[in-house]
Design a protein around this ligand. Structure first.
Ligand code: BES
Ligand code: MG
Ligand code: ZN
Length: 491
């Protein structure tokens, strides 16, 4: 989708459609918001029906004037970047319904918000809402199809072009992330994702190493290999590097859970829980597209993205409950449940990152626990970290992007839950409570001293229904969060 911007000097053709945002206040307030060019609207339509509630829309087509799309901003004191993204998403939705492929957007003037921030929030909302995944539909219907080919913004922002260029990169990569997560596990398997990662090495500053099964065996990543045992498809371990700041030796490492299909293994998932498990690689997809965004933006940071990739399948060779495997860092792990596989592949990647790459900060992101969905639903991710600075950066990145995060405690008291009779630790808790925290407590065993945070995106990576600018199914959660996080990180 094309994004462009102009000063607020209006030149419309009668065939144009113009989106206009109005706040919720007195019933007649929005009339003042209509520029004089739109006096024909007031003359012919009683606008009292429109309340200006958050994301409320109305479509007013005129045969002899530009069509008008009204969109509510909600109460003035509640307007912020996220509410603007949501309002703009409503415009994209209406464009889809009305088969409109080019929209003129008049950015509202809101006293408390900088025009550049208003513009970027609206552009993000429209761009992210303009998405559909219909590659397997043989009968193309308009339902759920992206519609908009271009959006032209009328803005008071001083220098809009670089803002829009950045949004095109970041939001474009968020949509690509959704595509990869929505793709079937049949097609989007470990090797296919590793190939997609390899392709990024064409970008300046990016290198990519893919370790295959033999190399993973040689490196003694016993937990990644254990999870892979039941699968015909080999595991892949991807190490992407982006060197954007040659003057610095500081590195930020992102690790994403890359289970291309999670059947649960011997602890097979029941019907009702297994259907969407092709999306269990959403963490891997998020780190891949966050690194791609950083490289395309030529961000002045040094990054790694690590993707431990495998299916978790059921076969004669599957790993079993009661087995014991040795992790990359030498820790022995009893398998209490083969469905707690995400923490196993992450454990090897965390230990590898710390020992081999020696970065200054590690963040892992994973669709790790159903308990996280039970706690937060789909509205926020949960995160845990012993590091206060990193917590602050994560909170700020979540607030700025709308990829929201909420902290849970990493108390020492939980550690007893992972005691094993026969190995150093087990991969499931003796208690059934606090599942999301226990996931992080397990992972903590594989980090010795590096600043680290774990983000559980089991609820936010995939939606059971469309909300605002995020569609049903893969949401692309994490791409914008991680990019914002690494942008603000100074080490
Ligand atoms: N991939 C699942 C977690 C998940 C559940 C993601 C629902 C998205 C939606 C993970 O591998 C898993 O199966 N976790 C188990 C852990 C348990 C066995 C300790 C769970 O949450 O039930
Ligand atoms: Mg599982
Ligand atoms: Zn899983």
């Amino acid at each position: 989708m094309n994004l462009a911007a102009r000063k607020k000097e209006f030149k419309f053709k009668n065939t144009d459609t113009v989106a206009l945002f109005v706040g919720e206040k007195g019933a007649t307030d929005y009339r003042k918001a209509l520029p004089p060019e739109f006096s024909y609207v007031n003359a012919r339509i009683d606008l009292d029906f429109f309340k200006g509630k958050q994301s409320e829309t109305a479509f007013l087509p005129f045969a002899d004037n530009p069509a008008l799309m009204l969109c509510g901003l909600g109460k003035e004191e509640e307007i912020d970047g996220e509410s603007l993204r949501r309002s703009a998403a409503a415009v994209a939705g209406l464009c889809r319904d009305k088969s409109i492929d080019k929209i003129n957007v008049i950015a509202p003037d809101i006293e408390s918000i900088d025009p550049a921030h208003i513009l970027s929030s609206l552009a993000e909302g429209i761009y992210l809402a303009n998405y559909g995944f219909d590659k397997y539909k043989t009968k193309k219907s308009d339902e759920g199809k992206p519609r908009l080919a271009s959006a032209l913004f009328y803005t008071a922002a001083a220098n809009p072009a670089p803002l829009l260029a950045k949004i095109k990169i970041v939001c474009g990569n968020t949509l690509l992330c959704r595509d990869l997560v929505n793709e079937t596990s049949e097609k989007s398997d470990s090797r296919a994702i590793a190939l997609a990662a390899k392709a990024l090495a064409r970008l300046p500053g990016v290198t990519c190493t893919v370790y295959g099964k033999k190399e993973i065996e040689k490196m003694k990543m016993g937990l990644l290999l254990a999870v892979n045992k039941g699968s015909k498809r080999p595991p892949q371990f991807v190490v992407l590097r982006y060197r954007g700041d040659r003057k610095s030796n500081k590195y930020f490492t992102m690790i994403g859970k890359g289970i291309t299909f999670d059947s649960g293994g011997m602890n097979l998932k029941p019907t009702g829980n297994i259907e969407d498990m092709r999306t269990d690689m959403a963490g891997a997809a998020a780190v891949l597209f966050a690194l791609k965004s950083a490289a395309e933006l030529r961000l002045k940071k040094n990054l790694y993205a690590l993707l431990p990739l495998t299916e978790n399948m059921l076969s004669n060779d599957s790993y079993r409950p009661g087995d014991v495997f040795t992790a990359y860092n030498g820790t022995t792990v009893e398998i209490g449940n083969t469905d707690a596989e995400g923490r196993l592949v992450l454990a090897d990647a965390l230990a590898f990152a710390e020992k081999k790459l020696k970065p200054d900060c590690i963040v892992d992101i994973a669709t790790l626990t159903g308990a996280c969905v039970a706690t937060f639903g789909e509205h926020t991710a949960g995160y845990m970290t012993p590091d206060e600075d990193l917590a602050g950066l994560l909170e700020a990145a979540g607030a700025a992007t709308g990829d929201r995060v909420w902290r849970l405690p990493l108390l020492k008291d939980y550690e007893d839950n992972l005691k094993s009779d026969i190995a150093d630790i087990t991969n499931i808790s003796a208690e059934k409570n606090a599942g999301t925290i226990i996931g992080a407590v397990f992972l903590k065993n594989f980090i010795a001293s590096t600043a680290w945070a774990h983000i559980d995106i089991a609820g936010t990576a995939r939606y059971t229904k469309q909300r605002g600018y995020r569609p049903k199914n893969a949401t692309g959660y994490g791409v914008r969060l991680l990019l914002e996080l690494v942008s603000n990180w100074t080490g």
